[in-house]
Design a protein around this ligand. Structure first.
Ligand code: IMP
Length: 177
């Protein structure tokens, strides 16, 4: 375990197993539909890579880079840094997110994609912090519920660090205080 990590919450093996289950469900739900997986950079990349291995229908990849976070607290300011490269008109969009926290990011992105004529817009998130949710945003697919703690690993960072950890863990308080 990394020295800055207090506790492992979800192991890499648990993430793989959950991705197999979610991939099977998504493949069933979207059978016969044109699907774009929209990964939110940068945190969703490891989860998108793992999950997509277990999706057996044809899907396209696209990415958005939306910044909202400064260190360990949400600023609530959402800026689209990198936009989608392909048209979403008539397509079924599955937004792939690392963590659904306050819901501010997704509350901005979902209408943004809907307004561009997507046939449907849903969310798959690796983690969900139910205690922190502020907006009426619902993820159709959730990997794991996590407690209200600052988590790192499997894509999640603190000041751009720890994204490469092969598990999700709680960051020691002394690392951000
Ligand atoms: P929201 O808009 O508050 O739902 O925040 C979503 C984004 O905040 C995520 O995509 C993460 O990048 C970041 N975030 C929220 N909670 C954590 C955390 O515990 N660790 C690392 N990043 C987090």
């Amino acid at each position: 375990m990394h020295k800055d990590c207090k506790e492992i919450l979800v192991t890499g093996e648990q993430i793989t197993k959950r991705c197999q289950e979610l991939g099977a469900q998504i493949s069933k739900d979207y059978e016969g539909k044109e699907v774009i997986l929209v990964g939110l950079l940068k945190g969703s990349v490891p989860f998108l890579a793992e999950l997509s291995k277990y999706i057996t229908i044809d899907v396209y990849f696209d990415y958005m880079d939306v910044s909202s976070y400064d260190g360990a607290t949400s600023t609530g300011n959402i800026v689209v840094e990198t936009d989608l490269k392909q048209s979403v008109r008539g397509k079924h969009i599955l937004i792939v997110e690392d963590i659904l926290d306050t819901g501010r990011t997704l509350a901005t992105i979902v209408p943004y994609i809907r307004e561009r004529g997507a046939a449907s817009v849903e969310i798959v998130t690796m983690l969900f912090k139910p205690e922190r949710l502020e907006r009426s945003i619902e993820a159709k697919y959730i990997g794991f519920n996590v407690p209200n703690a600052f988590v790192i690993g499997f894509g999640l960072d603190y000041d751009q660090k720890y994204r490469n950890l092969p598990y999700v863990g709680i960051l020691k308080e002394e690392c951000y205080q």
